[in-house]
Design a protein around this ligand. Structure first.
Ligand code: PGA
Length: 251
């Protein structure tokens, strides 16, 4: 895996004014020779703003969800073609908040990933276990099942995915998986990807869940952690930049 990939997930936060301030802070503070790749995934209504503020900068942008359908009578949905139209590089699919609050199944997540790939937008496929599943010893089984569904659907395009391991109990809670815990799951995912494609080394596996300025360096130092998906800490330029810095020095 080459450079680390650091992706901000703004979730349902922001305003035109706040976004402009945040991005100015991030762009001003980016290290000159970017050792890490950087992107932000923003609410769909702000993608157009990203296109105008981030075009020709080192920061890529993406959405947080995409419709499983191509076009037509799906009120409220945003298609992968539309994301492509706004020059999105990435789209998050299967975030645990969507699985939990919007009832998204493994099959739906897989179809969304497939739609994104068909339009040239890289899906960031989120997998992760709940606390109850971890305590029951089911972590491996759960994340493998979630990823297997996507691999089964996208087939030879598996090498075009980004995968994010986000233990549900670590999201927004301040509880982070220890580097060893995260690495163990990442190694499982890496092996699963390697069994599915000869180009497994192209797939970045990100860790997400309360990654912050204080813990990023040791997480990113793990051999199978290729970057981070950052929620809360992506909303403050200095915090986000510290993680980008940590990614630049980790190897
Ligand atoms: P967090 O969120 O960094 O606020 O825990 C990560 C995510 O949900 O992508």
């Amino acid at each position: 895996m080459g450079n680390k990939l650091i992706v901000g997930n703004w979730k349902m936060n922001g305003s035109l004014a706040d976004n402009a301030t945040l991005l100015a802070g991030v762009l001003n503070g980016l290290p000159a020779a970017g050792a890490a790749r950087v992107a932000v995934c923003v609410p769909a209504v702000y993608l157009h703003q990203m296109q105008s503020l981030l075009k020709d900068t080192p920061v890529a942008w993406g959405a947080q969800d995409v419709s499983a359908h191509e076009r037509g009578a799906f009120t409220g949905e945003v298609s992968a073609t539309m994301l492509r139209d706004l020059a999105c590089r990435y789209v998050i699919v299967g975030h645990s908040e969507r699985r939990q609050y919007h009832g998204e199944s493994d099959e739906l997540v897989a179809t969304k990933a497939q739609r994104a790939l068909a339009c040239g937008v890289t899906p960031i496929v989120c997998v992760g276990e709940t606390l109850a599943q971890r305590e029951a010893g089911d972590t491996e089984m759960v994340v493998k099942r979630q990823l297997a569904s996507v691999i089964h659907t996208v087939g030879h395009c598996t090498s075009e995915l980004v995968v994010a391991y986000e233990p549900v109990w670590a999201i927004g809670t301040g509880k982070t998986a220890t580097p060893e815990m995260a690495q163990a799951v990442h190694a499982v995912l890496r092996a699963q990807i390697a069994a599915a494609t000869p180009n497994a080394s192209r797939v970045a596996i990100l860790y997400g869940g309360s990654m912050n300025a204080g813990n990023a360096a040791e997480l990113l130092a793990q051999p199978d952690i290729d970057g981070g998906l950052i929620g809360g800490a992506s909303l403050k330029a200095p915090d986000f930049l510290s993680i980008v810095d940590a990614a630049g020095v980790a190897h």
